[in-house]
Design a protein around this ligand. Structure first.
Ligand SMILES: Cc1cc2nc3c(=O)[nH]c(=O)nc-3n(C[C@H](O)[C@H](O)[C@H](O)COP(=O)(O)OP(=O)(O)OC[C@H]3O[C@@H](n4cnc5c(N)ncnc54)[C@H](O)[C@@H]3O)c2cc1C
Length: 400
């Protein structure tokens, strides 16, 4: 049983492997989710794997990141390597619905408007879940449970999940605007994000073209318990959009503004039990350096389905697999992201980085989760070395 893209991806893979799958969600689809809607090459690769290549190709395609800030504009193409050379952006109402449909077409049974409210235990194993469906309680028995219920993860909490907010996390908001640049082949990020008083914030603003005369506009900042963000996201998003109005030919009011927190870098403990596992945001699988989580979500969905198919207990195997795949990169990424929250650091290093195309290309690969296990070049090796060193000095490594 699984709960959306991570849950749907897991459901699709598990159903294709021959398992009986219930794909339950509290929402009725198509449903919205606060998101930049950006699909990095890694997310494109995962959609391709699911068999959605043609569907993805029917949407806008971008060739890289246009980074703005500190007096510079750099156009950074998605790097060569083992991942596709293209990205995209698709509104989540559409993306999540399509991946869910793929799961149902693969044989999963869908349950909408079904909120998981209680866990039925058999010793330390989950025997079933009680759902609230239009005020009625219904229980569903399960042999294995995959939980993908997002940042707050109510079900995860019932299972003992803990999100550690002393490690860096994100707060972000998005909205939609009309734009004459909706077919721009670049996604744009403004790395010099200024608040209403002109102060430099530890985050970035984005404009992601969606085609059809629309762009996704948003702002996000980093925070820790010690250094909370202390920003009002909606006024900041309006301020940011007003500043970009002429450059991106924006018009109209901010549509469907929505904000949310982002758990990052595996800063979650209790991600598995003998027959249950958390994936996506519920397991803190969001990149601390850019806030992307769709790709990790779909990857974790596929990986957990494979692990379940192999058989055996998940309680050690799942955190170990997450650690093997993401532990080192998350450790160094969240350490760097934590540094960005220190006042005066960004104003000092931002302008230096933005002066060098080479450094920003490196940053794009490191920050964008664009290094694969197969990459052997110097940038990949440095990133892995830094990750290993970082884990060694972590007071609480990712997923522990
Ligand atoms: C403002 C913002 C911008 C972002 N931009 C990007 C971006 O451009 N690119 C990117 O890759 N990532 C982005 N992210 C991160 C991305 O949105 C998440 O990482 C991703 O949605 C995680 O998917 P998920 O399925 O784990 O959680 P969600 O997408 O939140 O899905 C959770 C699902 O669980 C259901 N649910 C919750 N509780 C229950 C319950 N008790 N019972 C049943 N169902 C339940 C919900 O209805 C929902 O459908 C952004 C996040 C934010 C906040």
């Amino acid at each position: 049983m699984e709960l959306a893209p991570p849950g749907s991806a897991a459901a699709a893979w598990a159903a294709r492997m021959g398992h009986d799958v219930v794909l339950a969600d509290a929402a009725v689809f198509p449903r919205d989710k606060s998101c930049g809607d950006g699909l990095t090459p890694r997310a494109i690769a995962e959609l391709d794997r699911l068999g959605l290549k043609e569907w993805t190709n029917d949407h806008v395609v971008n060739k890289g990141l246009r980074a703005h800030g500190f007096g510079q504009v750099l156009e950074l193409e998605w790097p060569d390597g083992n991942l596709p050379k293209t990205g995209s952006a698709v509104p989540r109402t559409e993306l999540d619905d399509r991946i869910r449909a793929e799961a149902l077409e693969s044989g999963a049974q869908g349950a909408e408007g079904a909120r998981a409210v209680e866990v039925l235990w058999d010793g330390d194993k989950v025997e079933g879940i009680v759902f609230d469906h239009e005020g009625e309680r219904k229980s569903v028995r399960c042999q294995q449970l995959i939980v993908a219920d997002g940042v707050r993860s109510q079900l995860g909490r019932l299972l003992g999940r803990e999100w550690h907010r002393d490690t860096v996390y994100g707060v972000a908001a998005r909205s939609y605007l009309l734009s004459e640049c909706s077919e721009d082949p670049w996604i744009s990020s403004h790395l010099e994000l200024r608040g209403l008083e002109g102060e430099l914030l530890s985050g970035y603003g984005w404009i992601f073209p969606l085609g059809g005369g629309q762009v996704n506009v948003g702002v996000g900042t980093l925070a820790t318990l010690k250094r909370p963000a202390n920003v009002q996201l909606r006024p900041l998003m309006q301020f940011y959009a007003d500043q970009r109005k002429d450059d991106f030919k924006l018009s109209g009011d901010l549509q469907a503004p929505k904000s949310a927190m982002l758990p990052m870098g595996g800063a979650v403990s209790g991600v598995a039990g003998p027959n249950w596992a958390l994936i996506g945001d519920s397991a803190g699988c969001v990149n601390p350096l850019n806030g992307e989580g769709i790709d990790y979500g779909m990857e974790t969905g596929r990986m957990v389905a494979e692990l379940i198919h192999e058989g055996g207990s998940l309680d050690h195997a799942w955190p170990q697999l997450l650690t093997d795949h993401y532990g080192e990169a998350f450790s160094i990424a969240r350490r760097l992201a934590g540094l960005v929250t220190i006042p005066r650091l960004l104003p000092a290093v931002g302008p230096i980085g933005m002066r060098s195309n080479w450094m920003m290309m490196l940053a794009l690969r490191w920050m964008g989760n664009l290094i694969t296990d197969e990459d052997r070049d110097a940038a990949a090796q440095v990133w892995r070395w830094a990750g290993k060193a970082s884990v060694k000095v972590d007071a609480r490594p990712p997923f522990s």
